[in-house]
Design a protein around this ligand. Structure first.
Ligand SMILES: C[S@@+](CC[C@H](N)C(=O)[O-])C[C@H]1O[C@@H](n2cnc3c(N)ncnc32)[C@H](O)[C@@H]1O
Length: 285
């Protein structure tokens, strides 16, 4: 399959400057997670120091996504809840609930969501002590993939060839459209010794195939290392990424050039396949 064009914009997800109104069919993204310590400095730069403020920042990005999506366009947001003590009190910060409220408030309609059950190296770890009720906590090992639509169902002409060429198989449908995804690995990786929050390529690959057709434009407003862009362009969609960190923007541009370059000739016995996804530096939380 021919790779789709990749465009990287150095900019702010809250504005999506340079992205036209009603020009995108699908948004697939994983924003910085509120109340996860590693993102505190970034939210502070964006003017937010508490849970409400952080979600107001993200809310501006969801409003911008609503502007750029076509009617019937879909928004897929990978987000996890946070666990953190504040003023001596340990609690859950339900990021997924606040994202739903912000998106509904921006005009999106909620659709059934997915739960990505991340594999854990410590299956028996739990928070609390001993075996005495009632003060232990349930382990948080799922992240959400929240799904929203702008306006009515997307309409296609009868027998639309781009749509029929984007068909998935029955086995793929049965696996992908079940609510809990327990078969996607999310191993942490490092890049230049810095951890990032890339999701595994299987997440955007599935979402792109489930919710867009060949030739569509797929946007990631928090592009990071470019996992969504790599997946979308490899699946014959136009990929559009917005990223605020200038170092990541440069790396993204370099990577996008390497994806576009002709593949080197293979010696006998080498397996034909897609080029490697962007290096990953860590999980979403
Ligand atoms: C969780 S990471 C995204 C990881 C990405 N899914 C990947 O696979 O690499 C969030 C990214 O959003 C970027 N970011 C944070 N605030 C932003 C903003 N206002 N506009 C655009 N990008 C932003 C951060 O620099 C970071 O790269």
């Amino acid at each position: 399959m021919e790779r789709g064009e990749v465009t990287i914009i150095a900019g702010d997800a809250r504005e999506l400057r340079g992205v036209g109104d009603a020009s995108v069919e699908l948004v697939v993204t994983s924003p910085p997670y509120p109340m996860i310590a590693r993102w505190d400095a970034l939210f502070r730069e964006l003017g937010a120091v508490d849970f409400d403020g952080m979600h107001r920042v993200l809310g501006d990005a969801w409003r911008a996504c609503h502007r750029v999506l076509v009617p019937g366009g879909l928004l897929a947001i990978n987000i996890g809840d946070a666990l953190r003590s504040l003023d001596g009190e340990f609690r859950l910060w339900p990021n997924h609930a606040r994202v739903v409220l912000e998106c509904e408030g921006s005009g999106f309609r909620s659709l059934p969501y997915l739960l990505w059950k991340k594999p854990t190296n410590r299956p028996n770890a739990f928070l609390g002590s001993g075996f005495l009720p009632p003060n232990a906590y349930v382990t948080v090992d799922c992240e959400f993939v929240l799904l929203f639509r702008k306006g009515p169902l997307r309409a296609f002409p009868r027998g639309d060839h781009r749509r029929s060429a984007s068909r998935y198989t029955r086995a793929e449908r049965d696996r992908w459209f079940s609510q809990v995804w327990g078969d996607v690995r999310g191993a942490r990786q490092d890049e230049d010794g810095r951890r990032t929050a890339a999701f595994p390529p299987a997440i955007p690959e599935r979402l792109v195939r489930m919710f867009s057709v060949l030739g569509d434009t797929v946007l990631d407003p928090f592009a990071g290392t470019g996992t969504t862009l790599w997946a979308a362009s490899g699946l014959g969609r136009r990929a559009l990424g917005v990223e605020r960190d200038p170092v990541l923007v440069e790396r993204l541009r370099e990577r996008a050039r390497s994806w576009a370059a002709p593949e080197p000739r293979r010696s006998a016995g080498q397996v034909r396949g897609a080029r490697s996804p962007p290096a990953r530096r860590g999980g979403g939380s």
